[in-house]
Write a protein of this length. Structure first.
Length: 70
């Protein structure tokens, strides 16, 4: 879909940015938990991760409901 929406002269840039965001979205949480696990316990690091993901989910839900209503 990204490839189809991108203008012809910028397609490579847009698709590259899409893949970089996807890879970072997968890698950064794992790296963050690893760093937190070395500083504090792995249980607390996992709880911090879970709370962060839950907060992002609530924010996404709020934005979704706002745009659905509007």
């Amino acid at each position: 879909m990204v490839n189809q929406l991108a203008p012809d002269d910028r397609r490579a840039e847009v698709v590259s940015a899409y893949f970089i965001c996807g890879f970072l979205g997968n890698a950064l949480p794992v790296i963050g938990i690893g760093i937190l696990s070395t500083l504090i316990s792995s249980t607390v690091a996992s709880m911090v991760f879970a709370v962060t993901i839950a907060a992002f989910a609530v924010i996404a839900l709020a934005f979704g409901l706002k745009y659905q209503a509007g």
